[in-house]
Design a binder for this molecule. Structure first.
Ligand code: DX5
Ligand code: ZN
Length: 218
């Protein structure tokens, strides 16, 4: 399984969204990472359905939607209709996680679960075999441009062991503060998908930064 790069559109220039989407289309990036925040689950509001619809009209790569919202169940079909390929919900926002995961799959999408930095890997023991992806938050969700939390390395190793032990078929995605300073170590620890927002879009040459991130990884 090769390692994947998912630029986070949250850090794009929203006044030049089509330009930035085309940049990702023409780059070595693998996925579009789309952050949906509701101002309740996290203390920030990003963008909603009309913007995702516009993104999906131009995006030519896998659309990876990260829901930072309460009650995600009520929007599962909506996100499927909008073109999401992968839908990730937060463990901390789902009382009936198993039901939510089955509903995401029934709507034709891959199902992911995100864990906040304080949430232990062990809570996934009884759901891991149903998941297509686990997203480990390496910052507290809600904002781009935060510093990477070092404890994430330990969690990647623990998650990798759980996946191997259960023979689950599940990506490990890292989200928050990813740069060339931690990318290699994350991949070595077992990560498969690196989300990068500020590091890509605030750089002088985002296309080159994506390529560097992709090729940096042995
Ligand atoms: C944070 C979001 C991230 C964010 C990453 O809540 O889930 O996807 O856009 O941005 P950077 O790479 O700038 O930390
Ligand atoms: Zn995200």
């Amino acid at each position: 399984m090769s390692n994947l790069i998912a630029p986070s559109i949250l850090a794009a220039d929203f006044a030049n969204l089509q330009r930035d989407i085309e940049m990702v289309n023409n780059s070595e990036a693998d996925w579009f990472h789309i952050d949906i925040m509701d101002g309740v689950f996290v203390p920030n509001i990003s963008f909603g359905m009309p913007v995702l619809k516009a993104i999906a009209q131009h995006a030519k790569k896998t659309i990876d939607v990260h829901l930072m919202i309460v009650n995600p169940d009520q929007y599962i079909q909506t996100f499927a209709d909008l073109g999401a390929d992968i839908l990730t919900v937060h463990y901390e926002a789902c009382t009936h996680l198993h039901r939510t995961i089955q509903a995401i799959k029934a709507a034709g999408m891959k199902a992911g679960v995100a864990l906040n930095p304080h949430t232990p890997i062990a809570v996934l023991e009884d759901i891991i075999e149903d998941l297509d992806m686990v997203c480990l938050m390496s910052v507290n969700p809600g904002f781009g441009g935060q510093s990477f939390i070092e404890n994430t390395y330990k969690k990647v190793s623990q998650l990798k062991h759980l996946i191997e032990f259960t023979e689950a078929n599940c990506f490990i995605e890292i989200d928050g503060g990813v740069t060339n300073k931690n990318a290699n170590a994350l991949i070595e620890a077992g990560a498969n998908v690196l989300v990068a927002g500020s590091y890509v879009f605030k750089s002088d040459n985002p296309t080159e930064t994506i390529a560097d991130l992709k090729n940096l990884i042995a």
